[in-house]
Write a protein that binds this ligand. Structure first.
Ligand code: SF4
Length: 293
């Protein structure tokens, strides 16, 4: 069953605070109650090796310990996904202590999301993974469930990723593109990536020229300071650039840190600060902005 209603998900709920990607003995799939999915999201972890080409100051992935697998086994992924979908729909998650606050939310799969412990587009056979998920959701009566890619955008120009995005386009796909900065300097401060900022912007633009995308932006305090006004201007300028170059942005997801970060100086915004940021983005770009505290 796919939900039509949109429940309000509170970041204060323990189940939202707990975004563990480990559930029972599963390696490649996990259930979470997600603010931005507005309910149950089945996560697909394409990076059990924890590889990422970003090193965000707010990243929650513990890279001091090795991941449970070095690569994705497609047969195991298919088996795990089938099992977790059936288990959720049959009410199994609702009986788990982790989901005791929200048993009703666990029976409705809002989306299946490529996310996990790293950057999903780093996998060499992204298109094969998308096809597997498309086939599985059809097989289990979830043809209309949304398929989401949560990406840092560094790999959106790869051939297998483009092929995977085309498969997603035909199957309720949504691409959520991370953009946390407006300048190379702030991008290096927050995302700490070796990938050039220009390449990220180009990839977002090219992807948005093919289908509308969602921009997902995490705003935070760094050593107590919110994003400087000039950076906010630059960030809004980048959004306007993407559209001026023919890219379509469906909406912006503005959110902040929900769980403890490894860098203690990276801290969350207040609800008021986040709302103010969203209002500024709306005013400077005209885009719809959804706030997720
Ligand atoms: S892109 Fe995601 S997985 Fe990679 S470092 Fe940033 S928050 Fe972590």
């Amino acid at each position: 069953m796919v939900a039509a209603s949109v429940p309000a998900i509170r970041s204060s709920w323990a189940v939202v605070q707990d975004h563990s990607r480990v559930f029972q003995d599963l390696t490649f799939v996990y259930p979470v109650i997600s603010r931005r999915s507005r309910g149950l999201s089945i996560g697909i972890n394409l990076n059990p090796d924890k590889r990422c080409n970003f090193d965000c100051v707010y990243c929650e992935v513990d890279r001091r310990t090795p991941g449970p697998a070095k690569s994705v086994n497609l047969d195991q992924l298919r088996d795990e996904l089938r099992w977790l979908i059936r288990y959720s729909l049959e009410g199994g998650l609702a009986t788990q202590p982790k989901f005791q606050e929200v048993p009703d939310l666990t029976k409705v799969i809002r989306d299946i999301a490529f996310s996990g412990d790293g950057e999903p587009t780093m996998i060499p056979n992204f298109d094969a993974c998308v096809q597997l998920v498309v086939d599985t959701k059809r097989e289990l009566g979830l043809a209309k469930a949304k398929l989401v890619l949560i990406t840092d955008c560094a790999g959106l120009d790869k051939a297998s990723v483009r092929a995977g995005l085309a498969l997603m386009d035909a199957d309720q796909g949504e691409i959520w593109c991370k953009l946390d900065a407006g300048t190379e300097a702030y991008y290096r401060l927050v995302n700490r990536s070796f990938v050039q900022f220009d390449r990220i912007l180009k990839n977002i633009t090219e992807t948005a020229r093919v289908r509308p995308i969602v921009i997902q932006s995490l705003f935070l305090r760094i050593h107590g300071a919110t994003m400087p006004a000039a950076e906010v201007d630059a960030y809004c300028g980048r959004l306007n650039d993407i559209r001026a170059l023919g890219g379509a942005i469906r909406e912006v997801h503005a959110y902040t840190i929900a769980r403890p970060t490894p860098e203690p100086w990276a801290t969350k915004l207040t609800r008021e600060e986040l709302e103010q940021m969203a209002a500024t983005i709306r005013a400077k770009t005209g885009l719809p902005v959804d706030v997720f505290e």
